[in-house]
Ligand binder design. Structure first.
Ligand code: COA
Length: 206
């Protein structure tokens, strides 16, 4: 029997392929196969288009020809914690400016698409948003399905996210566990890099 080739056979993805999506850009989602069917429905039934039109989020995609490979949304967020964080930095807040990954979904036939999208998001926030607006954390409500045991937190953990409440008992009350990624080291590095670059560009020729 001849095995049917997937339309994504051999496809490799890279952050340079990530595109800002808008509802006028026709990417139907036909044939999009995500591990969780509801994420296919969100796309096909226009939930994301409605949220984008209402300015509740922005959506980025990876596609191959006309086929959707993956998508994610970003929105403004506020991370709230139980006791003050960042005391070593002489600030004692319990709430912090953050950007949130709202939805994230990939076609299960394409390896590496999820990490590609999150890595792109981190770079985008560090290089483009953080120079113009205070943002310390990237957050996500990591889906946990008590009925099937599906838990997306392991995926985020591999990328450096941590649980906000590691002691929370399972299953979590709302079907997700909030996680955060501390952007400070990357923002510090980016600022010292662009500072160094500005010094070179601004210096008078000898
Ligand atoms: C979660 C999701 C976005 C991950 O995307 P992906 O394209 O499968 O991720 P990648 O191929 O980049 O995987 C990166 C690593 O994470 C691992 N990983 C993926 N999902 C995982 C999970 N649920 N738990 C633990 N590890 C996971 C992969 O095995 C891979 O490990 P490796 O680097 O050691 O090989 C995707 O599985 C998905 O769309 N799930 C359904 C929707 C969903 O849960 N979205 C997140 C809701 S908050």
């Amino acid at each position: 029997m001849v095995k049917k080739m997937s339309k994504f056979e051999g496809l490799t993805v890279s952050p340079s392929q990530v595109e800002l999506w808008n509802p006028e850009l026709p990417v139907s989602g036909q044939g999009f196969r995500c591990q969780r069917g509801e994420f296919v429905t969100y796309w096909k039934q226009g939930r994301i288009a409605r949220e984008v039109r209402s300015h509740l989020c922005r959506c980025w995609i990876l596609r191959y020809q006309e086929s959707l490979v993956g998508y994610f949304t970003l929105l403004a967020d506020k991370l709230t914690v139980q006791s003050p964080w960042l005391e070593t930095e002489q600030v004692q807040y319990r709430t912090f400016p953050a950007i949130k990954i709202g939805l994230l979904a990939t076609d299960k036939r394409v390896k590496g698409a999820g990490s590609c999208l999150v890595e792109w998001a981190i770079e985008y926030i560090v290089q483009t948003l953080s120079p113009v607006v205070g943002v310390r954390f990237l957050t996500v409500d990591a889906l946990y399905d008590p009925d099937t045991g599906y838990d997306s937190s392991g995926f985020y953990q591999k990328l450096g996210f941590r649980l906000v409440n590691p002691d929370e008992s399972l299953p979590p009350l709302h079907g997700y566990r909030t996680m955060y990624f501390d952007l400070k080291p990357l923002i510090d590095s980016w600022f010292s890099m662009i500072g160094a670059r500005d010094e070179v560009e601004g210096s008078e020729p000898s």
